[in-house]
Write a protein that binds this ligand. Structure first.
Ligand SMILES: Cc1ncc(C[n+]2csc(CCOP(=O)(O)OP(=O)(O)O)c2C)c(N)n1
Length: 300
C-alpha cells in the first residue's frame, strides 16, 4: 500500500486507450492541432516582439501527440496527483507548450496574446509557480532529465503508475548534466521514464558546415541512438513530424520493461515555414509583419 494517498481514480488510472495504429482521421486531427500550435507560436512571438521561433516549430507534433493522445492528464485538475508528468526541458520553446496547453483546455486561447508581458502567466520560459499544468519550470537547459529521473523514482517509491516524459533539445544534450541523469535512469532501470529528443540538427549558433549555406550548421550531436543505447536506454528513431510514428513509438516505450526509452525524433527546425526551415538564424528573433504574413500564408 502507498503510505501517501496519491488519489488515483480507478476510471482514469489506466490509460484505457487501445494500443493500435492511429486512424487517418485521428492522425489528421493531430496534424491540424500541430498546425494551429505553429500559428499560435508565431503570432505570440510577433506580438511580443521577441521569442524563439525555430524550436517551437520543430516540436509541435511531439507536444500535440503527448497532450492529446499519450498523457494521462485532466486539464480541469492540473494538480491531480496521479497524472503523468511532463518536463518540457527545452523551455525556450515555451510558445509551443503554451499553445498546446491552451488548445488542450488548461487556459483560454486568448491568454496566448499575453505572451512575455510583464504580469503574464506566460513568460518567455515556463514558470510552474505561475501557470497551472506545468510540472517543472524550465529554461536553463540541461536540467530537465534530472528532474524527470526524480519524478520516475518517486513513482516507484510510491508504487504509483504515473509515467514521466521529458522533452529535450539536441543542442541541450551538450550539457553534461543530461548524461549524468541518463546514467542514473539506466542504473535504476526506470522503465516509467520516457525522453523525447527533438533532433532538429540545429541549436542557437553551432559550428559552420564547411561549404554549407549561410543558415546551415553542423548537428549538435551525432549518432544519438548509439549514444543512448550504449548507456542502457532503449532508443527508437522516428520521424518526429509523423503523429502515427510518435504514437506507435510511445506505445513501444510503455511496453518496454527494465530500461528507460528515448524517442529520437528527427525533426526540422522551423518546420512548416519554408524560409525558416533548417536555418539556425531563425532560432530566436523578432518576426516582422511581412514575415508573419508570409509564414501564416504558408501554414494555412
Ligand atoms: C544553460 C543554458 N545555456 C544557454 C541557454 C541559451 N539557449 C537557449 S536555446 C539554446 C539552444 C538550444 O538548442 P536546442 O536544444 O537544439 O533547441 P532547439 O533547436 O530545439 O530550439 C541556447 C544555447 C540556455 N537557455 N540555458
Amino acid at each position: 500500500m502507498n503510505s501517501i494517498d496519491i488519489g488515483q481514480t480507478p476510471s482514469l488510472a489506466s490509460r484505457g486507450r487501445p494500443d493500435r495504429p492511429l486512424t487517418d482521421a485521428e492522425a489528421g486531427r493531430l496534424r491540424e492541432l500541430a498546425r494551429r500550435v505553429r500559428r499560435h507560436a508565431l503570432l505570440a512571438v510577433h506580438r511580443a516582439g521577441s521569442g524563439h521561433v525555430g524550436g517551437p516549430l520543430s516540436v509541435a507534433e511531439i507536444l500535440v501527440v503527448l497532450y492529446f493522445h499519450e498523457l494521462r492528464i485532466d486539464p480541469a485538475r492540473p494538480g491531480w496527483p496521479a497524472r503523468d508528468r511532463l518536463v518540457f526541458s527545452k523551455g525556450h520553446a515555451a510558445t509551443a507548450l503554451y499553445a498546446t496547453l491552451a488548445e488542450r483546455g488548461y487556459f483560454p486561447l486568448e491568454e496566448l496574446a499575453t505572451f512575455d508581458e510583464i504580469d503574464s502567466r506566460l513568460q518567455g520560459h515556463p514558470d510552474m509557480t505561475a501557470l497551472p499544468g506545468l510540472d517543472m519550470s524550465t529554461g536553463s537547459l540541461g536540467q530537465g532529465l534530472s528532474v524527470g529521473v526524480g519524478m520516475a523514482l518517486a513513482a516507484r517509491l510510491l508504487e504509483a503508475d504515473w509515467r514521466t516524459y521529458v522533452v529535450l533539445g539536441d543542442g541541450e544534450t551538450q550539457e553534461g548534466q543530461v548524461w549524468e541523469a541518463s546514467f542514473v535512469a539506466a542504473r535504476y532501470g526506470l522503465d516509467n521514464l520516457c525522453a523525447i529528443l527533438d533532433w532538429n540538427g540545429l541549436q542557437q549558433y553551432g559550428w559552420r558546415r564547411p561549404g554549407g549555406a549561410p543558415g546551415e550548421r553542423l548537428s549538435p550531436i551525432d549518432n544519438p541512438v548509439g549514444r543512448w543505447e550504449a548507456i542502457g536506454w532503449r532508443a527508437i528513431e522516428l520521424d518526429g513530424h509523423d503523429p502515427a510514428a510518435l504514437v506507435a513509438a510511445l506505445a513501444e516505450a510503455r511496453a518496454t520493461s527494465g530500461r528507460p526509452t528515448i524517442l529520437v525524433a528527427r525533426t526540422v527546425k522551423g518546420r512548416g515555414v519554408s524560409f525558416m526551415e533548417g536555418d539556425y538564424r531563425w532560432h530566436a528573433k523578432p518576426i516582422s509583419d511581412d514575415d508573419l504574413r508570409r509564414a501564416l500564408e504558408e501554414l494555412g
